[in-house]
Ligand binder design. Structure first.
Ligand code: AFD
Ligand code: MN
Ligand code: MN
Length: 407
């Protein structure tokens, strides 16, 4: 493993020479917060197979312990998104306390209205009134869980859609969606937010009721100021310019947050930045250049690590978000704007490329050292006994602990 600290002084000199305030950049990197998903620590797989991972978390307590470990090593993963009912407990106050005693806090609450039999034809949009009512009741229960868990985000993803032309009335489904979301919205705790997540296909294959940012945005406008859009980076058709979507939603003050992951072809839930690091960088450039417009954005990872070591994959994901943010912070936005206004196409493009092609690992190593952490979280993880210990203690989970049990 390379000791990047040794290159820090040289990089700091280089950045200062470009007019970058290195201390200010380090301060912002220390403030970064990436939420990890409870389901990323349990066994998961595809519809073809779940390859159980020795040591995978089997319950919410072990997920919190693993998330706390990732936070201890990275210093910027202070909260954990929960998925209901996978992470349900009968004592939310105790779970909240347990999380805090581990050094993390409970994050977004994710309802699950896609795995019960009754949701086969949809949840809020189902032609079956009782399915719609049960979906609403579940999401209202999740609002109550938010109150008890101290969570301020209801993270709503619906698998709703159809598989065949003519299967259902598409406008009627839109009306059911509006009515259902409006009913849930009424139960949001004060000061909390409903983040509406879109996805262009899967598990429905002919149409999805919330397929793109425009439908999610339209629903948020209808609902009110506590409703915003959640951008999952794996939920777009090939070639979609996600940075542009982010810029539009930021300017409309309706960007609620992200589910970070990466895709090669579909919603692959691979490690964020592992396929398209430049795309991730351009997203962070929109966030940095938007200034206060990005104040309340929730940065959450949503991945399923099916063949790779779960903890190492999550640590790498957090690191990749740090790298993208660090590179976005060292763009010279004044010089960029000058070139943009002058219509100097390649000078403006080179401002991005100069930052993107800068190796920021020495800067991040220094930030971690100043935070009292090992400068290389992966080296720290590989030198540690945590993963081996939980593998010994937990073994192979009898049944998936949440995440996506195979069909
Ligand atoms: C799946 C869905 C969606 C959702 C996540 C957690 O595609 O991204 O946010 O599960 O429920 O990945
Ligand atoms: Mn998601
Ligand atoms: Mn997804």
């Amino acid at each position: 493993m390379t000791d990047y600290l040794q290159y820090y002084e040289h990089l700091a000199e280089q950045l200062a020479g470009r007019g970058i305030d290195v201390e200010a950049v380090k301060a912002r990197l220390k403030q970064q917060a990436i939420e990890t998903p409870s389901w990323g620590y349990g066994d998961s797989g595809t519809r073809f197979k779940v390859f159980p991972w020795r040591g995978a978390a089997r319950n919410v307590h072990e997920k919190l312990a693993d998330a706390a470990y990732v936070h201890r090593l990275t210093g910027v993963a202070p909260s954990v998104a929960l998925h209901i009912p996978w992470d349900r407990t009968d004592d939310w106050a105790a779970l909240k306390q347990e999380a805090e005693s581990l050094g993390v806090r409970l994050g977004a609450i994710n309802p699950n209205v896609f795995q019960d039999e009754q949701y086969k034809l949809g949840s809020l949009t189902s032609p079956d009134a009782s399915a719609r009512e049960n979906a609403i009741a579940h999401m209202v229960e999740c609002c109550d869980i938010m109150r008890q868990a101290g969570s301020d985000i209801l993270s709503v993803w619906l698998a709703d859609g159809t598989n065949y032309a003519g299967q259902d009335d598409l406008r009627e489904r839109k009306h059911r969606l509006e009515a259902g979301l409006a009913e849930v919205y009424r139960h949001l705790p004060p000061g909390s937010r409903m983040l509406i997540e879109y996805k262009f296909f899967e598990p429905a294959f002919y149409h999805t009721d919330l397929p793109d940012w425009g439908t999610a945005y339209a629903m948020a406008l209808k609902l009110g100021p506590q409703a915003e859009v959640l951008v999952d980076t794996g939920h777009h058709a090939q070639g979609t310019n996600i940075a542009h979507i982010v810029s539009f939603l930021l300017d409309e003050r309706r960007l609620g947050g992200f589910h970070f992951n990466n895709r090669k072809y579909a919603d692959d839930d691979l490690i964020v930045g592992s396929v398209a690091p430049f795309e991730l960088f351009t997203i962070f450039c929109e966030l940095v250049s938007a200034g206060d417009l990005a104040t309340n954005v929730a940065y959450m990872i949503d991945q399923s690590h099916n063949i790779e070591p779960k903890l190492e994959a999550m640590i790498q994901s957090v690191i990749n978000c740090q790298v993208a943010y660090a590179k976005a912070l060292i763009v010279d936005y004044a010089r960029l704007e000058e070139a943009q206004r002058a219509g100097d196409v390649l000078a403006a493009h080179r401002e991005y490329m100069t930052a993107f092609e800068t190796d920021v690992r020495p800067l991040l190593a220094k930030v971690r050292e100043e935070m009292g952490l090992h400068p290389d979280p992966i080296a720290a993880y590989r030198a540690d006994d945590y993963a081996a210990r939980i593998a010994r203690e937990r073994g192979i989970a009898a049944a998936s602990g949440g995440g996506y049990p195979s069909a």
